[in-house]
Design a protein around this ligand. Structure first.
Ligand code: 5AD
Ligand code: SF4
Length: 436
């Protein structure tokens, strides 16, 4: 018997890339590949890339530079670029780095087996189509191998919103929802393999329309699956938060009280220039309605500072919105010019202005995150334990609010949801005591 070929995948960017990497590994599993954690052992290396900001995209070329040493040492090694940089730059990647054998976009990776056969024959393979034969029809079933208690499940891809800063409509294409019956089948397969918590993924997940009652309908259908204990979803657009989804946050026990709802800016002028199609006020009213349905919900968001034309006053409006909402946690970024997007044409702000604003915003968000964590002390939460901690006898998991929680517990808690009282908070996690 020949030894299996080894596949090393490095994943950048969002959670959907994590999901896609799993599916790529499964697709290549049929070609005799097994995954390795060590690039030096690999017969094929795939970089699953992100194009959302300039820094993310540039990382790919520096990583490819490092990989060249491995390819020089092992000429049979095949190197592939997948994901959003592959989609955005296509053949340009092979021009810049001729040692790259394979370039595959996020909608064509079901064709990896055929592409592998081509590169093994010494050819180059490039596929950045948005094919009619959707990848999930080809990659029907999931691996039956036992897995950890949490998993991602892509239910929707692409985006039709065209925010002026964003590459997603170009890299991931138009909004597409997977049919609910196929998602339910995949969810059952994941639960059979040990999954207890599913995070439903989409670039604009709450625009999901593969179920007649939208994302809320899909969530309710998923609650029927025995053994599935928790459901989350990310990432949402404020304008697609319909009443049924807000209500589900109040009434669906399996839906966790955590919501990532990016606003990007608190200035109406900038929101308009960003083509967000909502105002700061409409976002705040939406938050009121969500909190009315689920008062303890933990809110998360995304912010961009230094969008072209942003004045000091616009930035102050963003800080004010953050104070008004009070986020449990959030992500913030300096605006990054993305080729091909409408905002790329506009004059850019100086870097020092952007840096200063980012620091102020991050300080405020950090304060709010710390306050939220500190407010958990003394409270009882439910933790889904995922893995052993660094110290002997410690287990780590996530609370319903997505806080990392560690506690002294036997290994039998792994994969279970257990009651924990929070006793202490530290930088990025909470310490708790098992009480049930
Ligand atoms: N520059 C900076 N941040 C961006 N994001 C998207 N595009 C850009 C860009 N051009 C941020 C947004 C989005 C998150 C995924 O990344 O905040 O919600
Ligand atoms: Fe990055 Fe967006 Fe692609 Fe995810 S979908 S990898 S965030 S560019």
């Amino acid at each position: 018997m020949t030894a299996p070929k080894k596949l090393f995948i490095k994943t950048y960017g969002c959670q959907m890339n994590v999901y896609d990497s799993e599916r790529m590994a499964e697709a290549l599993g049929g070609q005799g590949y097994v995954q390795t954690d060590h690039a030096e052992d690999a017969d094929m290396i795939l970089l699953n890339t992100c194009h959302i900001r300039e820094k993310a995209a540039e990382k790919v070329y520096s990583e490819l530079g490092r990989m060249k040493v491995l390819k020089d040492a092992k000429p049979d090694l095949k190197i592939g670029v997948a994901g959003c940089v592959a989609q955005a730059e296509g053949a340009e990647i092979m021009r810049r780095q001729p040692m790259v054998d394979l370039v595959v976009g996020p909608q064509s990776y079901h064709r990896l087996p055929a592409m592998d056969a081509a590169v093994q024959g010494g050819a180059k393979a490039l596929d950045t189509d948005f094919p009619e034969d959707d990848k999930f029809k080809t990659l029907k079933t999931r691996s039956k191998a036992k897995r950890g208690p949490t998993a991602f499940l892509t239910v929707q891809e692409g985006c039709d919103k065209f925010c002026a800063f964003c590459v997603v409509p170009y890299t991931r294409g138009a909004e597409v929802s997977r049919p609910a019956d196929r998602i339910l089948r995949e969810a059952r397969e994941l639960v059979d393999a040990g999954v207890r918590e599913l995070t439903l993924l989409g670039q604009n997940v709450n625009a999901y329309h593969g179920h007649e009652r939208g994302l809320a309908g899909l969530i309710w259908a998923l609650t029927e699956i025995d053994g599935l204990e928790r459901i989350r979803f990310t990432t949402s657009h404020p304008n697609d938060m319909d009443q049924a989804l807000i209500d589900a946050h109040g009434t669906c026990e399996k839906l966790m009280p955590y919501l990532h709802l990016p606003v990007q800016s608190g200035s109406d002028r900038i929101l308009k220039a960003m083509n967000r199609k909502h105002t700061a006020e409409s976002y705040l009213r939406l938050i009121d309605r969500i909190r009315a349905a689920r008062p303890d919900i933990l809110l998360s968001g995304d912010f961009i500072v230094g969008f072209p034309g942003e004045t000091d006053q616009d930035f102050e409006d963003t800080l004010q919105l953050v104070r008004d909402v009070h986020y449990g946690q959030a992500y913030s970024f300096k605006y990054s010019t993305r080729p091909g997007t409408p905002a790329a044409e506009k004059p850019q702000l100086p870097d020092d202005v952007m840096n200063e604003r980012l620091q102020r915003l991050q300080a405020l968000l950090r304060d709010q995150q710390q306050q939220t964590q500190a407010s958990m002390i003394g409270r009882e939460v439910k933790v889904l334990f995922e893995k052993a901690g660094r110290e002997a006898g410690q287990m780590i998991g996530k609370s319903e609010y997505l806080h990392a929680v560690y506690a002294d517990a036997p290994a039998t808690v792994l994969g279970q949801v257990r009651r924990v009282r929070i006793v202490q908070d530290s930088a990025n996690s909470l310490k708790g005591e098992l009480i049930g």
